[in-house]
Ligand binder design. Structure first.
Ligand code: LMR
Length: 330
């Protein structure tokens, strides 16, 4: 080929390639550890639908549920390295990043009800907490609900004393560690994806979960007893790699923000119902006996666990715990 034609052909190819790159969708890999059929799993799917529709396909959300891509600790590292762009870890999992204030959400009985929780996450306390992630290269986009946790194991747990000596799986949170210790149980930190097998093989005796997680991970098959303690909360922060987000075209960011707002409303609207349905399904399975403590027993659980709020003041901050309690009591 004559050199002039060669240059023209090359230039043409570069043009085609540039155009193809410009037309290629922006891929957002969204990894999480729970089943699709949970409040978080369903909200992630809703976000995908909304985001792809509002950006008219310029953004493609690839969902990786059930730890198919990464387990708990790995996914946070992967986000910081840019191997995935979006996650929704439970709030109990942020302390290992160096933001231990998030462990306030693990404090037993800190939220008397969902309305109290919403006042905290929707208000300045929730906003300030998300801000703290920025120095870690992470941007917090939203809070998503799951629900209140219940204790499960292979022996009846009517009162706190029944927890003595049980090996209990916990998330990597010092508050949860302390919570199990004051009950006389032995806490064991473990990735969510490993809990079913650990329960099945007796590596641990029990766990604490909202019913949606217990049911969808089939833990009820290997746990004979579940007590409706509702002693603590599990919810999520949807987070993105900040560098990735900041580089997106402004218009796309606005569209994704809108999709996230809608998906978050949906998440909060379905969470309670998903947990109610899951608890009913566990009951129907006949494999796990569900026990609801009497008022007197509930008071015993509270009395045993409330001191954790005090013990954890040094770690989380006395003023922060006080402001959450104040907000909760409004
Ligand atoms: C757990 O590890 O128990 C939960 O954080 C799982 C989840 O994401 O709901």
């Amino acid at each position: 080929m004559n050199p002039r034609h060669l240059v023209i052909a090359l230039a043409f190819n570069v043009l085609l390639l540039t155009q193809a790159l410009a037309d290629a969708p922006i891929i957002i890999k969204f990894s999480h550890v729970v089943a699709r059929d949970t409040p978080k799993g369903k909200a992630a799917e809703r976000f995908k639908e909304l985001a792809e529709a509002t950006t008219k396909g310029r953004v493609k959300i690839e969902l990786y549920p059930n730890s198919t891509l990464y387990k708990d600790k790995e996914e946070l590292e992967a986000l910081q390295l840019g191997a995935v762009q979006m996650l929704a870890p439970s709030l109990a999992k942020f302390a290992p990043l160096g933001v231990k204030e998030f462990e306030l959400f693990d404090l037993p009985y800190i939220f008397p009800d969902k309305a109290a929780l919403d006042r905290v996450t929707d208000g300045p306390i929730g906003r300030d907490l998300l801000k703290k992630l920025e120095s870690k290269g992470i941007l917090g986009l939203a809070y998503w609900d799951n629900g209140f946790k219940m204790m499960s194991s292979n022996r009846p747990m009517h009162v706190p004393a029944d927890m003595k000596g049980l090996k209990m799986r916990i998330q990597a949170s010092k508050v949860l560690d302390e919570q199990m210790r004051v009950l006389g149980a032995n806490p064991q930190v473990m990735a969510f994806s490993e809990v079913y097998q650990a329960l099945q093989t007796g590596v641990v005796d029990g766990a604490e979960n909202p019913p949606s997680n217990l049911y969808t991970q089939k833990m009820y098959e290997v746990q004979k007893h579940l007590t409706v303690t509702n002693h603590g909360y599990i919810g999520y922060a949807v987070i993105v790699n900040k560098k990735f987000w900041d580089k997106l075209p402004a218009e796309i960011r606005t569209q994704l923000d809108g999709a996230m707002k809608e998906a978050s409303k949906y998440a909060d609207a379905i969470a309670q119902q998903e947990n109610d349905v899951a608890l009913e399904a566990v009951k129907k399975s006949g494999k796990t006996l569900i026990y609801t403590p009497t008022d007197k027993e509930k008071a015993e659980w509270r009395k045993a666990l409330l001191p954790v709020q005090k013990t954890m003041e040094d770690r989380i901050g006395k003023a922060l715990i006080e402001s959450v309690n104040k907000e909760a009591a409004r």
